[in-house]
Ligand binder design. Structure first.
Ligand code: ZN
Ligand code: ZN
Length: 217
């Protein structure tokens, strides 16, 4: 992601006791940045923004779980930018973040809502670069992923991981929906599309299509 001619650059800030990959991604031409999934540890995120010298443009949520959205309200207050995403079906999660946080030892989580819900077919702008939005329910009903096929980059939240898939035992999770989302919206992408996920290392679509044990057969 730091290739010299790349139109985008990104860094990952692990946040919350769940080590969620808060991703700061920016357009290298305009230096406009989106902060994806600020689950908590806001001082660390602010420090990373300052060190990279980017201009925060919006906060983006892949879904409404505590480790992804728990710090969104506080970061919005710090930066004065909108919260974009996820799909509206995750509103019930955003409305109960403070309560859920106490169960996970995240005591500073705040409820939030979205300034702009996202739907399948929408576009997300990162400076001059656009990502296609795909609604991928299953891990949560309102999960969305961001895809740019030219740059060969996807940001998938907790839908797909290196060697695994999102859990589906949380409220309104559904295993078959998740498998369908992955097979219909992600696996058709080219082998060399890299994806950043909510936890753990990045991988490629080709790698997961070939060897992810949840996606065989
Ligand atoms: Zn999640
Ligand atoms: Zn997560």
């Amino acid at each position: 992601m730091n290739a010299q001619n790349s139109p985008l650059s990104a860094i990952i800030v692990p946040v919350t006791p769940l080590q969620q990959n808060c991703t700061i991604i920016w357009c290298t031409k305009t230096m406009k940045a989106v902060i994806i999934d600020p689950g908590g540890d806001i001082p660390n995120i602010l420090k990373a923004i300052e060190e990279t010298g980017v201009t925060p443009d919006k906060i983006v949520l892949t879904h409404g779980h505590i480790d992804h959205a728990g710090g969104a309200a506080a970061l919005k207050e710090e930066l004065g930018v909108d919260i974009v995403g996820p799909h509206e079906d995750d509103l019930f999660l955003l409305e109960t973040l403070a309560e859920t946080g106490s169960q996970y030892g995240i005591n500073d989580a705040q409820n939030c809502t979205s300034d702009q819900w996202l739907n399948d077919g929408d576009t997300l702008g990162v400076g001059d670069v656009n990502f296609d939005i795909r609604h991928c329910p299953g891990h949560s009903p309102g999960s969305v992923v961001f895809i740019n096929e030219d740059i060969k980059l996807a940001i998938v939240g907790d839908v797909l991981f290196s060697g695994s898939i999102g859990r589906t035992d949380l409220p309104r999770g559904n295993h078959q929906d998740l498998i369908n989302s992955i097979k219909e919206k992600l696996l058709p992408l080219a082998d060399d599309v890299t994806f950043i996920c909510g936890h753990g290392p990045t991988s490629t679509i080709g790698q997961e299509r070939a060897s992810n044990p949840f996606l065989q057969g």
